[in-house]
Write a protein that binds this ligand. Sequence first.
Ligand SMILES: NC(=O)c1ccc[n+]([C@@H]2O[C@H](COP(=O)([O-])OP(=O)(O)OC[C@H]3O[C@@H](n4cnc5c(N)ncnc54)[C@H](OP(=O)(O)O)[C@@H]3O)[C@@H](O)[C@H]2O)c1
Length: 277
Amino acid sequence: MKYVTLPCGETVPALGQGTWHIGDALAGRRTEVDCLRRGIDLGLTLIDTAEMYGDGRSETLVGEAIAGRRTDVFIVSKVYPHNASRRAMPTSCENSLKRLRIETIDLYLLHWAGGVPLAETVEAFEALQRAGKIRHWGVSNLDLAAMEELHGVPGGGAVQTDQVLYNLGRRGIEWDLLPWLRERRTPVMAYSPLEEGRLVRDRGLAAFAKRHGMTPAQAAIGWLLAQDGVVAIPKTGSSERLEQNAHTVEHPLTAEQLKELDTLFPPPDGSTPLEML
Ligand SMILES: NC(=O)c1ccc[n+]([C@@H]2O[C@H](COP(=O)([O-])OP(=O)(O)OC[C@H]3O[C@@H](n4cnc5c(N)ncnc54)[C@H](OP(=O)(O)O)[C@@H]3O)[C@@H](O)[C@H]2O)c1
């Protein structure tokens, strides 16, 4: 496994597991739990969830999957922007902890910027840290201007990550946000690394993957794993696809392959607004 170091000095695997839509359907539940567990066995020990996902159903399923394995995993969850206040965040966090059936969330993220001032959200995160409810905090979907604002508020420099949309087809952050974060040794957590599955159906990527004896998903994930300070969190509810995704770590893309992907999916040539899904 490749590891990425957070500003706090802790390391996390560069390939984790996403869980949006997991736990939504009763039918696939058993397989989804088994999948997450198998992922942990394969080293994908960072699991990303949120209070928003399925109104807590994702956190509940993650709680089931990690039962008895607390020390093996690094749990990331997210608070809704409207709950990111001094008053509401403790309740949100407590509810997430109950669903996850754990004592402490390893990394608690502001899901996106909302109406609560960032300074108040940071204060609320710090209070949860003091209470032992979360170990670290970070943000999601914050563009460069918002990250600069965050760094300007008291305690804002303790942010551990910005979780943003980043994949072969969405390279806009490489223009400004990614270099800015790299300068501050703050990793990006790349969400929707497969563009919610659409990337695997891209003709150019499929042809590239075929030429190089890999699957399109492996090419897309492999490209992210080749980037410095990036954690990818693909979601799958299929054990076959999980094994496929996990094996990417063992076959890093070559410099030639990365060059070829640059031609197929060019880097940005100017600043673009941060995209969100
Ligand atoms: N912070 C935010 O605002 C935000 C927003 C979006 C997502 N996220 C996080 O990022 C995680 C990943 O993003 P995502 O779930 O939107 O999309 P994604 O990981 O880009 O794609 C997931 C889709 O790809 C399919 N898939 C997975 N592996 C595959 C493979 N090897 N071959 C073919 N298809 C494959 C999955 O289907 P199967 O399940 O059937 O395999 C699923 O439909 C989320 O689960 C969530 O934890 C965060």
